[in-house]
Design a binder for this molecule. Structure first.
Ligand code: SF4
Length: 388
């Protein structure tokens, strides 16, 4: 099916592009051309053509740029933010077309929250998320059946926003909720009021960091490895656990280490370390502060001028903060480049291709979640929103 790599079971892709070929004709890329020909558009022409295509679409289009998006793309975004905030902003906007410069699960979320007349587009279908892909719906359903056989107590599933529409829908169907990295503790508290234990999907680290901050001992949290019988646990460990953590992680945030925290403190005395809660437990414990993407931005913005920060999150956001918040010194916790390689797949060429086609009424790379999944995922999202 073309170049699709991160497709949840519940969404279909309409107008999917074919993989680039090595024999693209040497013509000027234009409407009606497939994506391959856009690879030939010279860099110096891209900005003008994107701006012109966007201007022609005017209020018909709303472009969303996730905080981790590259500069050459995010500069065209009408809104910047995290995935939930962007999806809400798009659903309130006039635009018929929502072009999401993020990753696949984000475009699915926008499709779940969109209004009837809106259509969601992901400029490159290769832009997936390693963490979301680690929780396959079939594996999660098998885990749920095993847990139900072993434990009669009420389990509440909680899924992080960074999961496929199918997992959000599963959560909604089974009495659970979605959470974000900012409200995970609040949602977890609600889950413990509604049941006796929590199945936390798909990020092991966010689940553990949140549970520990709520006072749940590490021994009462077990990891469920979908490739092992009973998730790699004994029936007794499953019965006594309070949180069952799905064995998933973000390949970007898992790279940060406690050694990097020690090094940055040694080299920059007085520096403050802030890490995303998708980082490992040891990193979260050694940082001065934990913060979601929005939380990191606010913490740095509101700190006294001259404060020096080492940030444990994706490099595009760190570099942007470093450029924009000139009263502060902002560096990455990881001295090597720590990039979300899948989001990086969205290039100015993809954005141009999507916009110019829209200008001609051709919707390319549409993300469309089926109605049943959309409904159940919305139930899980609404449970979270009701806690606000
Ligand atoms: S940074 Fe991590 S969690 Fe976020 S989109 Fe990239 S791989 Fe997924």
């Amino acid at each position: 099916m073309g170049n699709l790599v991160s497709i949840s079971d519940s969404s279909t892709l309409i107008g999917a592009q074919q993989p680039p070929t090595l024999h693209a004709p040497e013509i000027e890329a234009g409407v009606g051309c497939d994506f391959d020909s856009y690879l030939l558009v010279p860099d110096h022409a891209l900005d003008d053509r994107i701006a012109a295509a966007k201007a022609r679409l005017d209020r018909d289009v709303v472009i969303l740029g996730h905080h981790y998006q590259r500069d050459e793309v995010i500069k065209f975004a009408d809104f910047r933010g995290d995935s939930l905030k962007l999806s809400f902003q798009a659903s309130q906007a006039e635009g018929r077309y929502i072009v999401f410069c993020g990753v696949h699960f984000m475009a699915e979320s926008a499709d779940i929250l969109r209004r009837e007349h809106q259509t969601v587009i992901l400029p490159d279908l290769n832009a997936g998320c390693s963490m979301a892909d680690m929780a396959d719906i079939g594996q999660v359903e098998a885990c749920w059946s095993e847990l139900s056989l072993l434990d009669s107590r009420k389990i509440i599933p909680v899924t992080y926003m960074n999961s496929t529409a199918a997992i959000k829908a599963f959560t909604g169907e089974h009495g659970g909720s979605v959470c974000t990295s900012s409200n995970a503790a609040e949602v977890m508290k609600w889950a413990f009021e509604s049941g006796e234990k929590v199945l936390f999907l798909p990020d092991e680290h966010l689940g553990r960091n949140t549970g520990y901050r709520m006072g749940i001992p590490l021994e009462q949290m077990i990891v469920w490895d979908p490739y092992q019988e009973f998730g790699g646990n004994t029936p007794e460990a499953i019965r006594t656990a309070r949180i069952i953590l799905w064995k998933g992680y973000c390949s970007v945030h898992q790279r940060f280490t406690p050694q990097q925290v020690e090094r940055v403190r040694r080299e920059h005395p007085g520096i403050r370390v802030i890490a995303h809660p998708e980082c490992r437990f040891e990193v979260a414990q050694s940082a001065d502060q934990i913060g979601s993407t929005e939380g990191i931005i606010k913490a740095i913005q509101s700190s006294p001028a001259g404060t020096e920060w080492a940030v444990g999150t994706e490099i595009h956001l760190v570099n942007r903060l470093s450029k924009e918040l000139t009263n502060h010194r902002v560096i990455s916790l990881d001295p090597s480049v720590c990039v979300c390689t899948t989001m990086f797949r969205i290039t100015p060429q993809h954005l141009l291709w999507a916009l110019e086609n829209l200008g001609e009424g051709n919707v390319v790379n549409r993300i469309s979640v089926d109605e049943r999944t959309r409904h159940n995922a919305r139930v899980a999202l609404d449970r979270m929103l009701a806690l606000r």
